[in-house]
Design a protein around this ligand. Sequence first.
Ligand SMILES: Cc1ncc(COP(=O)(O)O)c(C=O)c1O
Length: 443
Amino acid sequence: MSKTNLAQKTKAQLINRILGKKKSAGETAVTTPAVRPASRSEVPETFTRFDRHPGYEKMLVTKAAASRLGVSNPFFRVHDGVAGATTRIEGREYINFSNYNYLGLAGHPAVGKAAKEAIDRYGTSASASRLVAGERPVQRELEEALAELYEVEDCVVFVSGHATNVSTIGYLFGPKDLVIHDSLVHNSILEGIKLSGAARRSFAHNDHQAVDDVLTEIRGQFERALIVVEGLYSMDGDIPNLPALIDIKRRHQVFLMVDEAHALGVLGETGRGVREHFGVAGKDVDIWMGTLSKTFAGCGGFIAGERALVENLKYAAPGFVYSVGMSPPLAAASLEALRIMLREPERVGRLRAHARQFLQQMHSIGINTGYAQGYAVVPAITGSSLKAAKLSNQLFEAGINVQPIIYPAVEEKAARLRFFLSALHNDREIDFTLKTLKRIVVA
Ligand SMILES: Cc1ncc(COP(=O)(O)O)c(C=O)c1O
């Protein structure tokens, strides 16, 4: 088969998948041809051009299929102003369900003031790794506040939430170790496991019995072992059975890591996350990971836990040692956001009430919300990427901004719209959204 034919066949298969068509007879899974250049003179052109990169070609095909179906691109819309319960896009105001401003602290005047004061005092950048460029007091203050929040010994902040997971898991674990993770964990966790070279086992979403069974069977074959879950699942809006996992990790002598990216500010009476929700002690979990980009109105991630863990990462985790320290204004913004969250727990209460109300009403109009339990993240499962993109565009026309989550971010049959609720939403906005959804979906 010629290369051109293969590319055409691949394109046809992709378009069919997007259009939801079944495989034709004789059509098999697309595999990457194992072409290896034998010598410099024989390097195929495709290996020398970015516009022939398989990922790029796939993306172009998806775009072409969407445009052929009249679905406009819902990604990379340009917002003007602070995005909260509402946002302004190309001069029009939209009700907004597409950001993580859970408690309305991004854009809060006190958060902005703290950031501006930090700029005046320290400038906008820490300019180099903290190991060499030294500390700015606000970075340590933030780490101490986060350690206190989790009631653990210490904390370290990284400049990216994604890099926090990659670097921490990638550094702490190696080829003689085992990492077991929920099948729905975030990409950054999977990339970290890949980097570590550890053996990887995935368990069915929230099936802690499966974790127990796997560990009973294979724990003895490895040195260190780690279980990784999320405090609140970012695509699905449900939570793990943390007490059961703590029991399992103790019985099998395994570390437990919880990614609190979406749980902080959302779970627990005062927003302290899944730990507060279940009333467990900070030291019951070995590695608390979180991001500063959601409730905490900034950018970056953190690891909180025992001193030895944190000190080890500060001297050796590549994403900390070889990366710039957190910019002072961002550290100051997150620190102020954390303080406001603790001072004003009514924000957390409002968010919880909105999310419950939203979930109940979604059920009452017959929308499939998957595993959602009414905690800030509520998906509307459409069952196809095309349907999700079309529905997102219809809602956009009606003045509602909500993003579709499509294949390959989730399985095709799990494609969805994902609604992020905020403490800033009001009843009118929620009612209007649900009435509009009903009108479009039921029609
Ligand atoms: C569960 C989870 N972990 C980690 C990250 C990465 O965080 P950041 O976007 O702050 O880099 C995200 C991002 O959305 C996430 O949802």
